[in-house]
Design a protein around this ligand. Structure first.
Ligand SMILES: Cc1ncc(COP(=O)(O)O)c(C=O)c1O
Length: 395
């Protein structure tokens, strides 16, 4: 047998981000600092952990309804209405999935046909590329340009056409931290309406906005029927391992997403769905504190990266910092990321992995700051072992 794997699987590589996680463990065991993959190193809220233990002990241990247990869907609908203004019927407009990750691929497979075009901003969260390949769609890339990660409206308008079935929006954005403004989203909404396209919007960092305001595209005039809003519990409640996400869409789109979701995974973990109702009922003060803590981490990390010689693009949202490394003189982002993980003990993500046109990311590196302050202070110590650009110039 000479053909053991599919052509489809050959068209994308393993995740660079998750590979960096493996590399830091390989070189430094638990002594290394993993600022590559986006997960916190601090505990999830105690009330949530207790609710999970209680749910398991109460025997919520069998399959739930495939698109989400009713109490969890009702809790999501209440929370989504309160914080985004989207009104969704939990019976017909909500699909609970195994993370926003599965919500995105189930959506793409549920709404796209092979050869449909999908507009994607680059740099992008790396899953969107393989998601297009798995769903057979053809991506059209439009650049978000530093320093403010704005897009050229003519370039975006030119990417739309009769084959455009959808645009993927991610606000707040990974890896840039961009928070799309109302004006930008209205422009995008206009294009979706003109070309009869869908907006698929990944809003997993919705509560982490340091500058500006989070706006759900679905709340813009004429967009409720043509938007799929994706979010989840991973980032807001520090439970990336629980794998709980959801998609909110019109009943017709929801029934397509639910069918795909059913045959991909059957369902998200039932006891964790039961437990997560606790989180969705947290008071406003929980989100205020979450944001204040992240703002402190962001400001501290920005200062220390700038001190070490990185040129930073301060993020308006999410929990990453994109940096420009050109002052260090490394031939590429991959070379510098390799040096950082092997010699310094810090895992980062090479910028090129966020671009289709890899050259655009060759002098960029992304740091994740979803870490305890003590961890970030350790970063300061580790980076001090590195030659700064000023020192390099004197050599
Ligand atoms: C933009 C974006 N979407 C989705 C995810 C994954 O979310 P989940 O854990 O809910 O699958 C991430 C994780 O880093 C992300 O950055």
């Amino acid at each position: 047998m000479d053909r053991l794997t599919s052509d489809r699987a050959a068209r994308f590589t393993e995740s660079v981000i998750r590979d960096m996680t493996r590399q830091i463990l390989h070189y430094h065991g638990n002594q290394g600092l993993n600022l590559a993959q986006g997960f916190p190193d601090f505990p999830a809220p105690a009330a949530l952990k207790e609710a999970a233990c209680a749910a398991i002990m109460a025997d919520h241990n069998q399959y739930g309804i495939t698109w989400g247990i009713p109490s969890f869907r009702q809790a999501i609908a209440r929370k989504v209405a309160r914080y985004t203004g989207i009104v969704a019927d939990p019976e017909t407009q909500l699909t609970v999935c195994c993370g926003a990750t599965e919500a995105m691929i189930a959506t793409m497979m549920g709404v796209l046909n092979p050869s449909d075009e999908v507009v994607i901003f680059q740099p992008f969260y790396e899953n969107y590329g393989p998601d297009c390949i798995l769903s057979g769609a053809r991506p059209r890339f439009v650049a978000l340009r530093e320093p403010d990660w704005s897009f050229d409206r003519d370039e975006l308008a030119a990417a739309f056409g009769p084959r455009t079935r959808a645009i993927v929006i991610n606000t707040p954005n990974n890896p840039t931290g961009k928070v799309f403004s109302r004006d930008e989203l209205s422009f995008i909404a206009g294009l979706c309406q003109r070309w009869d396209s869908l907006a698929i919007t990944d809003e997993i960092y919705e509560h982490l906005v340091y500058e500006g305001e989070h706006i759900s595209v679905a709340t813009l005039p004429g967009m409720a029927e043509r938007t799929v809003t994706i979010s989840g519990l991973s980032k807001t409640y520090s439970v990336t391992g629980w794998r709980l996400g959801y998609a909110v869409a019109s009943p017709a789109i929801t029934s397509a997403i639910r069918k795909v979701h059913d045959f991909l995974t059957v369902g998200a973990p039932a006891p964790l769905q039961a437990a997560a109702c606790t989180a969705l009922a947290f008071e406003d003060s929980y989100y205020t504190q979450l944001l204040a803590d992240y703002r402190q981490r962001r400001d501290f990390t920005l200062r220390l990266l700038a001190g070490a010689g990185f040129r930073c693009y301060p993020p308006a949202g999410a929990y990453y910092i994109m940096t420009d490394i050109s002052d260090f003189g490394f031939e590429s982002d991959v070379a510098m990321a390799h040096y950082l993980v092997k010699d310094i003990g810090v895992a980062t993500v090479p910028g090129s992995s966020f671009y289709h046109d890899e050259a655009l990311g060759r002098q960029k590196i992304r740091f994740c700051f979803a870490k305890r302050m003590e961890t970030l202070q350790r970063l300061q110590g580790l980076l001090s072992r590195m030659a700064t650009p000023a020192k390099l110039r004197r050599l």
